[in-house]
Design a protein around this ligand. Structure first.
Ligand code: HEC
Length: 229
């Protein structure tokens, strides 16, 4: 047999061999996702997770770091009256990790990407989307023309009225980024936990700067502060 004929014969043999292999693999006994089965009494092939299952890399043991909360939520204002102290007390009043200059720089960068469009570059609730008609959020710091424009709406709804956002626990700010509030959506998918804390630190820097006389905080490097844990 000449060389070309030999290679054709080899190819044919290989092709049949490979197909044979494929068929055996394809015909193995298995259940595809969502297939029904008689094997389990509930008829489902997809089994429920064992209680307490945590996806790899998703264990969140540190409530302060991952939720901004240090206590259980008090009873709902609709079922039982709760005090302002109880409402505020559920949120962490300090940062879970030390805040450094690089945290603030990162926070400023992330704030300008994710929050600026609505809350404005200095947190005065004058972002471009708001200028075009979107619901105006509370400002992050006191506004000369409206003394209540920087009061938290979410905390009021929970039972703590007249809390200026300057005085809201940092854990609450983290909570709002994580879950959103009212017309503002959640940012938990876009912003990782460490960046959320960095943004909160930067908001505190904006508030401090504007509390002390209205310097355009977003244009200067904010001072580093130490973590409070
Ligand atoms: C698309 C516009 C928009 C963006 C972007 C946005 N927010 Fe908001 N935010 C709002 C609006 C509107 C409210 C007020 C919601 C309401 O009263 O229903 C609000 C409220 C808040 C509040 C106050 C909640 C309270 O208790 O009153 C905080 C804090 C806040 N936002 C932080 C942030 C941070 C931090 C970011 C960036 C990660 C961000 N927001 C991005 C629109 C936005």
């Amino acid at each position: 047999m000449t060389a070309p004929r030999l290679s054709v014969a080899l190819c044919v043999a290989l092709a049949f061999g490979a197909t044979g292999c494929y068929q055996q693999m394809a015909l193995q006994h298995k259940l595809k996702p969502q297939d029904p089965t008689d094997f389990w009494s509930d008829g489902r092939s997809t089994r429920p997770y064992v209680e307490g299952t945590v996806a790899r890399g998703s264990i969140q043991e540190d409530g302060w770091y991952f939720t901004g909360k240090v206590k259980e939520a008090p009873s709902s204002p609709t079922t039982a009256p709760v005090s302002a102290e109880e409402v505020l007390g559920q949120y962490a009043d300090g940062f879970p990790e030390p805040v450094t200059e690089s945290t603030l720089k990162r926070g400023r960068e992330r704030f300008n990407i994710y929050c600026n469009v609505c809350h404005g570059q200095t947190g005065a609730a004058d972002g471009t989307i708001v200028m075009r008609g979107f619901l105006k959020p509370p400002a992050f710091w006191e506004q000369p023309e409206d003394k209540k424009a920087h009061h938290s709406r979410g905390l009021k709804y929970q039972g703590a009225s007249d809390v200026a956002l300057n005085d809201a626990p940092v854990g609450y700010l983290f909570h709002v980024i994580t879950h959103g509030y009212g017309a503002m959506g959640t940012y938990s998918a876009q912003i990782p936990v460490a960046d959320r804390w960095a943004i909160v630190a930067y908001i505190k820097a904006l508030q401090e700067t504007n509390r002390k006389g209205g310097v355009a905080a977003n244009t200067v490097a904010a001072p580093a502060t130490e973590g409070a844990r």
